[in-house]
Design a binder for this molecule. Structure first.
Ligand SMILES: [Zn+2]
Ligand SMILES: [Zn+2]
Length: 256
């Protein structure tokens, strides 16, 4: 199930302010044009995934905050939202207006009270140091996000940001730097647990049209420092092996 973290965050932030947001505004966030029926469907699908994920984690249907700006359904969500509510057996036959009002209140109440991101979402948003969701840091660019690395800003590509690919990579390798062995959880305790960057090994120019990221062969967990060093050369990133070699060489020098 693909979860769009930009939309996810925007919806949480909207809920925290006890506001609603329009389909067009959400679509703009991810470059989907609401005048195009296929793109409308795509957005409906992304919103549905978010609410399904919320439901799986025993929270109210967050996408209730997304409403139509005009037309017959002005101020309420599209029919897809109500079908989902019936499918998940959350709406047990209340009429749409009543269900909408009650679910919206459940969402506002839940998010107004949560100072911290729920654990499952912390995992999902792992690539941004988002501890307090009351901060407004959802203004990430579309196709490449920026890590505030310890040494310099790193522009990462979408493969390094894909929550699904990240999760699979981290599940396979663990949240441990594959270059230096750094483990944020060990070093910083609870707050660092699970935090790690994910580096994409395949040079972007070599990626063709049908490329599908392979989370185990193409991605590696790395710490923020090693990630910064990997991307330090302008031309081509360093390999993980090269970083290991540099670290070993430096260790030898300091031993002497
Ligand atoms: Zn490292
Ligand atoms: Zn990288």
């Amino acid at each position: 199930m693909s979860l769009d973290t930009r939309i996810y965050r925007k919806l949480m932030e909207t809920a925290q302010r006890a506001k609603t947001i329009t389909y067009t505004e959400v679509g703009n966030l991810v470059g989907l044009d609401m005048d195009d029926s296929q793109q409308r469907e795509e957005l409906a699908h992304l919103l549905g995934n978010i609410s399904r994920n919320e439901h799986e984690n025993h929270r109210p249907l967050l996408s209730v905050v997304v409403v139509h700006a005009s037309g017959e359904r002005k101020g309420i969500p599209g029919s897809g939202f109500f079908s989902l509510a019936s499918e998940l057996e959350i709406n047990d036959g209340r009429d749409e207006d009543m269900f909408f009002a009650e679910e919206l209140k459940r969402v506002f109440d839940f998010w107004a009270q949560s100072q911290e991101l729920p654990d499952d979402l912390q995992q999902l948003f792992n690539d941004a140091p988002l501890r307090n969701i009351h901060q407004q840091d959802d203004e990430l660019p579309d196709d490449d996000s920026i890590y505030e690395g310890a040494k310099r800003r790193i522009t990462v590509n979408s493969y390094e940001r894909s929550p699904e690919a990240r999760a699979k990579c981290i599940k396979h390798y663990g949240a441990v730097c594959q270059a230096c062995g750094f483990d944020f959880g060990k070093r910083y305790g609870e707050i660092g647990r699970g935090y790690i960057h994910v580096h994409h090994l395949v040079p972007l120019p070599k990626i063709g049209g049908n490329y599908q990221v392979d989370p185990i062969n193409d991605l590696r967990p790395v710490c923020a420092n090693c990630h910064a060093i990997i991307h330090r050369p302008k031309e081509e990133p360093l390999t993980i092996e090269k970083v290991r070699e540099l670290l070993e060489n430096q260790a030898k020098i300091t031993e002497q």
